[in-house]
Design a protein around this ligand. Sequence first.
Ligand code: DGY
Length: 323
Amino acid sequence: MADLRPRVWVSQPLFGDLVGRLREHFDVIETAAVGTHPPEEIAAMLASCDGALVTLNDRVGAAEVAHAPRLRAIANVGVGYNNLDVAALTRAGIVVTNTPDVLTETTADFGFALMMAAARRISEAERWLREGQWRQWSFETMLGGDVHGTTLGILGMGRIGQGIACRASGFRMRVLYHNRSRLAADVEGACRAEYVDYDTLLAQSDHLILVLPYSPAVHHLVDAAAIAKMKPTATLTNIARGGIVDEDALADALQSGRLAAAGLDVYEGEPAINPRLLALRNVVLTPHIASGSLATRRAMVALAVDNLTAALGFGPRAGDPPT
Ligand code: DGY
């Protein structure tokens, strides 16, 4: 007898208990290995599916769904969705969902921590100590820059940017931000943040943090010319997407002392890292883990599972009372 249950593809192992909820309504095909699937493999999996749960490892556009007549929904486990060609998928009648809100606070925590680690040279100091270089306490060991009382610049003032701004007020920082559109006055007031143009943000920030979504329009927005406008004592932290920063220009600036330090959680060619960055001491490098607390990663998967279930017609409909 033909199988009438919709079929969904889960592109990598996620939390089994949460993904297991999909089995109530769907036949689930799970790919057992983590990794970047080649386009042909994604196309082959989608060809026989009604829906898919994917991550930033999976790039899906017109070519991957060209032979997927049943496909109606793709749920991305992540707030950023530059791995998906939303315009092409929408044209193909496919609903795309992401996981905002549930990761805001965790990601803001991490952005703040990465900025502090870069400013206070925490990774560099730890490596130096582990290398056995600490012979005796000295007054001038690993002197860094302050965070409290300085000026924080936030590029991209969505939910996560606002979360970072709230944290900054506890450190008595002046907060500047630049965004596609200015926030409403009451939101600015709650964040104690001042709107400035991009050049002013670059020139006045002691610590600049990138939290904006990636699109081709912001590719290498932080390039050599932008870095040249920053203070030489400043730090740059990127928890958005690697493609926003010209990594060679950043490496030049860190190497020459044109910029004090950087904290990077995302990279243009991740998981490959620009070898020039790997060779520098004044950059803290982490493997795209800003949203990576256990509770938040579980919340992201749970939300993506709910999104996929609803998009395929089994979730609560608008107007249903909350349970
Ligand atoms: C996001 O949610 O966009 C994070 O970068 C992890 O996917």
